[in-house]
Design a protein around this ligand. Structure first.
Ligand SMILES: [Zn+2]
Length: 428
């Protein structure tokens, strides 16, 4: 791309700052809260109808039959495509339209889209409606610039990322929307900071462990078999053996923050014993069941079977050595770690654009948690995929979430330049 082309593009995006802010506010004002999956269709239509007016071919894809889909809460995705001058590659921008519930302790209306001190506030501002808006403005500016390109540009707004992405990118990938020859390069504008390219994420394994026991009167616990005490033994082994062992596993993945550059386990929840009655009065019982959900995040160097095996080994050892111990284990969800090659085309193009726009070197990172890249890589079989977008990951899911306006403008400029670079645009 020549200097005059990139100058024109950057100027056009800068001139659209107000439009970018208004689009972000409009997206925030649609409360696409997941669960349950509110207002998905409204949000898909806001994106789809805007792009249709600008010449895109727009398709709405409802993930019928997936968990959560119903006539009250349809899983509505949108995908828009515009062709260039001739055949070529396709660059796709994918954003999730769902947001997590607002939660407490906000000092502004979480769905008001308030603008203050150069920031737009609201649930989803950074994760990731600011990123969606930036990608839309980036693509619209490319079209307005008149810079000719071969191939195609696509923008999609997909649902349910916050609950695993099965009704969104997972579903769309199964239908072929994220595979060659339709798509070649994917950028997901998740909030990873304007000067960072996120090349992947750690693996996830969630499981529910239930320890078993036998009920008896609480005054004679020796007649029963206490499931909660058995779970205490499991927790003790996790605490004493597993956590230190996980902390010693280091990865070559450039995970940020630094603390996540090792294997981790979170005790997600723990439930045991009989429910209290309506007045909060417990019944005098020895509990016969205790359930715990664990959330294991693991490294590309670890084998998923070994990750499960570590837990199973503890449970089996307790079954052998602890009188009355019995358990069941159920896998809740599992995603393999994903990492794009450090010199993949989309990585190089975005890094070069970051340097051109921000005047500093890009940093390659890996996300501690997963996002929709897993579906694109595993189901779509498309490896040329990264996350890049405005906003600070730490603010995601927090009260008073915001996205910086200058960050949005810069990231839109980076996205536009990277897209044209990938499409091999030349002055025409
Ligand atoms: Zn997100």
């Amino acid at each position: 791309m020549t200097q005059s082309m990139s100058d024109r593009l950057l100027r056009l995006i800068g001139e659209r700052t107000d439009e970018l802010v208004e689009l972000t506010r409009d997206l925030i004002r649609i409360p696409t809260v997941n669960p349950p999956g509110d207002a998905y269709t409204d949000c898909a239509e806001l994106i789809g109808e805007r792009l249709r007016k600008r010449g895109f071919q727009v398709e709405y894809v409802r993930a019928e039959g997936v968990r959560g889909d119903s006539d009250t809460y349809p899983r509505t995705n949108v995908i828009a495509r515009i062709e260039g001058r001739g055949p070529g590659k396709c660059v796709h921008f994918n954003g999730h339209t769902d947001v997590v519930p607002a939660g407490k302790n906000w000092t502004v209306d979480p769905f008001g889209g308030e603008v203050r001190d150069g920031k737009v506030y609201g649930r989803g501002a950074c994760d990731m409606k600011g990123g969606i808006a930036a990608s839309i403005i980036a693509v619209e500016a490319i079209l307005a610039s008149g810079i000719p390109f071969d191939g195609a540009l696509e923008i999609s707004g997909t649902v349910d990322e916050e609950s695993g992405g099965y009704g969104g990118v997972g579903y769309m990938a199964r239908k072929g929307y994220f595979s060659k020859p339709r798509v070649d390069h994917v950028i997901i504008p998740e909030p990873l900071n304007v000067d960072r390219v996120c090349i992947g994420h750690r693996g996830v394994w969630w499981a529910e462990i239930e320890t078993k026991g036998r009920v008896a009167h609480g005054s004679m616990p020796f007649l029963g078999n206490c499931a909660v005490r058995h779970m205490g033994a499991v927790l003790h082994r996790i605490e004493e053996e597993l956590i230190p062992r996980l902390a010693a596993k280091r990865t070559s993945m450039p995970v940020v923050p630094e603390g996540a550059r090792q294997s981790t386990i979170n005790i997600n929840s723990l439930h045991g014993g009989q429910r209290e009655d309506r007045d909060g009065w417990p019944s005098p019982m020895v509990p016969d069941s205790c359930r715990m959900v664990i959330d294991r995040r693991y490294l590309i160097e670890e084998d998923p079977e070994e990750v499960k095996g570590e837990i199973v080994a503890i449970l089996e050892d307790l079954r052998r050595t602890r009188p009355g111990f019995d358990y069941e284990m159920r896998e809740v969800l599992a995603f393999l770690p994903t990492m794009t090659d450090a010199d993949a085309p989309v990585v190089r193009a975005v890094e070069a654009a970051i340097e051109a726009v921000l005047g500093r070197k890009a940093q390659q990172v890996v996300s501690p948690g997963t996002y929709d890249q897993k579906h694109i890589v595993r189901i779509g079989n498309l490896r040329d995929c990264i996350a890049y977008g405005p906003g600070i990951l730490d603010l995601a899911h927090q009260p008073d979430e915001y996205v910086g306006i200058a960050d949005m403008v810069h990231s839109a400029q980076v996205m536009a330049m990277a897209a044209l670079d990938l499409l091999g645009a030349t002055e025409g």
